[in-house]
Design a protein around this ligand. Structure first.
Ligand SMILES: *[C@@H]1O[C@H](CO)[C@@H](O)[C@H](O)[C@H]1NC(C)=O
Ligand SMILES: *[C@@H]1O[C@H](CO)[C@@H](O)[C@H](O)[C@H]1NC(C)=O
Ligand SMILES: *[C@@H]1O[C@H](CO)[C@@H](O)[C@H](O)[C@H]1NC(C)=O
Ligand SMILES: *[C@@H]1O[C@H](CO)[C@@H](O)[C@H](O)[C@H]1NC(C)=O
Ligand SMILES: *[C@@H]1O[C@H](CO)[C@@H](O)[C@H](O)[C@H]1NC(C)=O
Ligand SMILES: *[C@@H]1O[C@H](CO)[C@@H](O)[C@H](O)[C@H]1NC(C)=O
Ligand SMILES: *[C@@H]1O[C@H](CO)[C@@H](O)[C@H](O)[C@H]1NC(C)=O
Length: 355
C-alpha cells in the first residue's frame, strides 16, 4: 500500500506541511483551493481495477512550481519523484500541462488527489477524485441441494464489486423463466416439485458483464402413478402391461398378481424397467395369464399401487388387427420388404432406359 512517506497527522495539515516542504507555501499562509482558473485538474477520474489512470492538471506559464499529491503524500514535485511506488510515473511537465499516470490501479488508490501549483507567489490547489471500479464477482454461493417436498430452503449468493453489484435469483424451469428474488437470499417455504430445477444467481454492476452461477435444487417426492391402462390380447399373442410413475428419486417397480409377486425370469414373462416406466411383457398369452395385476411403485419417500387388467379379446387367431387398447406385436415388415425387392429391378430398368 503506502510506499510513500506517511505521518500520523490529519491529512489537511499534512498537505500544508508537505507543501511547505516544497516551498510552495510560505509558513503561516493557509492553503486555499477552488477559487482560481489555474490550476485546473480534470473532472473526477473513473477507472477499472487493473487499468491505468491519468491525472491531468492544466497550468499556464505564470506557474513556477507544480506537484501532485495523493491525500497528504507528495507523489511528484516538478520532475522529481517523491514516492517509491513504481506504478506512479510522470507523463508530462510542460508550460500548459502537468500530468502523472498511476498504473495497475487498485481499490486502495481510490480517493482525492491534489494538483498543487505556485503562481506569482500564490499557492493554489485543485482536486480530483480517483474512482476505482471492480467487476462483479460471486464469492459465495449455496451448493446443490436435494430436499423433500414441503420443506423450506434458503439459498445464498454473495457478490462483491464496485459499485456494489445487484444480486438476483431466477428459477430456470423448462416451462418458464421467472425472477424469484431480487436479493442475495432466496427463501422458499414448503417447496413443491414444480419448484425443482436450476436456480441462477446473477450479480451485475455497470462495470462488466453480469456474472452468473447456478444451483441445482432437487425436490424429492413419493411416487405417483400417472398411467396404468388395461389391455386386451387374444390367446397366443404378445401382450404388454404398462405402468408409468413419476417420483424423485425415480421409482422402483414391482408387479403382483393376486397378492403374489411376479419374480423375474418366470417363463414367457419379462419385466422391463426404466426410470419412469415399467412394462410387464407376455410373449405368448395363455388363458391363465388373464386377470388383475398390481403395479407397485416405491422410492424412499413412499409407495403407491395401481391395478391393471389383462383381459381376453375374442378374435380369430391369425387376424393381425386388434381391438382398442390392445398392445400386441404385428409383424408386417416382411411383406413390405418383399415389395421393395420387386421395386428394385423396376427402378434399375427405368434408370437404364434413361441413358
Ligand atoms: C494513495 O494513498 C493510499 C492511502 O495511503 C495508498 O494506499 C495508495 O497506495 C496510494 N496510491 C498511490 C498511487 O500513491
Ligand atoms: C468527485 O467525487 C467526489 C467523491 O466521490 C464527489 O463528492 C464529487 O461530487 C465528484 N465531483 C464531480 C465533479 O463529479
Ligand atoms: C418452514 O418455515 C415456516 C415459517 O418459518 C415454519 O413454520 C415451518 O415449520 C418450516 N417448515 C419446516 C419443515 O422446517
Ligand atoms: C403359444 O403357446 C401355445 C400353447 O402353449 C403354443 O401352441 C403356440 O405355438 C405358442 N406360440 C408361440 C408363437 O410361441
Ligand atoms: C379386477 O379388477 C376389477 C376392477 O378393478 C374388478 O371389477 C374385477 O372383479 C377384478 N377381477 C378379478 C379377477 O379380481
Ligand atoms: C395397494 O394399495 C392398497 C391401499 O393403499 C393396499 O391396501 C394394498 O395392500 C396395496 N397392494 C399392494 C400389492 O401393495
Ligand atoms: C404394420 O402396418 C401398419 C399399416 O401399414 C402400420 O401402421 C404398422 O406400424 C406396421 N407395423 C409394423 C410392426 O411394422
Amino acid at each position: 500500500m503506502g510506499v510513500c512517506g506517511y505521518l500520523f497527522l490529519p491529512w489537511k495539515c499534512l498537505v500544508v506541511v508537505s507543501l511547505r516542504l516544497l516551498f510552495l507555501v510560505p509558513t503561516g499562509v493557509p492553503v486555499r483551493s477552488g477559487d482560481a482558473t489555474f490550476p485546473k485538474a480534470m473532472d473526477n477520474v473513473t477507472v477499472r481495477q487493473g487499468e491505468s489512470a491519468t491525472l491531468r492538471c492544466t497550468i499556464d506559464n505564470r506557474v513556477t512550481r507544480v506537484a501532485w499529491l495523493n491525500r497528504s503524500t507528495i507523489l511528484y514535485a516538478g520532475n522529481d519523484k517523491w514516492c517509491l511506488d513504481p506504478r506512479v510515473v510522470l507523463l508530462s511537465n510542460t508550460q500548459t500541462q502537468y500530468s502523472i499516470e498511476i498504473q495497475n490501479v487498485d481499490v486502495y488508490d481510490e480517493g482525492p488527489y491534489t494538483c498543487s501549483v505556485q503562481t506569482d507567489n500564490h499557492p493554489k490547489t485543485s482536486r480530483v477524485h480517483l474512482i476505482v471500479q471492480v467487476s462483479p464477482k460471486i464469492v459465495e454461493i449455496s451448493s446443490d441441494i436435494s430436499i423433500n417436498e414441503g420443506n423450506n430452503i434458503s439459498l445464498t449468493c454473495i457478490a462483491t464489486g464496485r459499485p456494489e453489484p445487484t444480486v438476483t435469483w431466477r428459477h430456470i424451469s423448462p416451462k418458464a423463466v421467472g425472477f424469484v428474488s431480487e436479493d442475495e437470499y432466496l427463501e422458499i417455504q414448503g417447496i413443491t416439485r414444480e419448484q425443482s430445477g436450476d436456480y441462477e444467481c446473477s450479480a451485475s454492476n455497470d462495470v462488466a458483464a453480469p456474472v452468473v452461477r447456478r444451483v441445482k435444487v432437487t425436490v424429492n417426492y413419493p411416487p405417483y402413478i400417472s398411467e396404468a391402462k388395461g389391455t386386451g390380447v387374444p390367446v397366443g399373442q404378445k401382450g404388454t402391461l404398462q405402468c408409468e410413475a413419476s417420483a424423485v428419486p425415480s421409482a422402483e417397480f414391482q408387479w403382483y398378481k393376486d397378492d403374489k409377486r411376479l419374480v423375474e425370469g418366470k417363463k414367457g414373462v419379462k419385466v422391463e424397467n426404466r426410470p419412469f416406466l415399467s412394462k410387464l411383457i407376455f410373449f405368448n398369452v395363455s388363458e391363465h395369464d388373464y386377470g388383475n395385476y398390481t403395479c407397485v411403485a416405491s422410492n424412499k419417500l413412499g409407495h403407491t399401487n395401481a391395478s391393471i387388467t389383462l383381459f381376453e379379446v375374442k378374435t380369430t387367431a391369425l387376424t393381425p388387427w386388434k381391438g382398442p387398447g390392445a398392445v400386441s406385436e404385428v409383424n408386417n415388415g416382411t411383406s413390405r420388404r418383399a415389395g421393395c425387392i420387386w421395386l428394385l429391378p423396376l427402378l434399375v430398368l427405368h434408370l437404364l432406359l434413361k441413358f
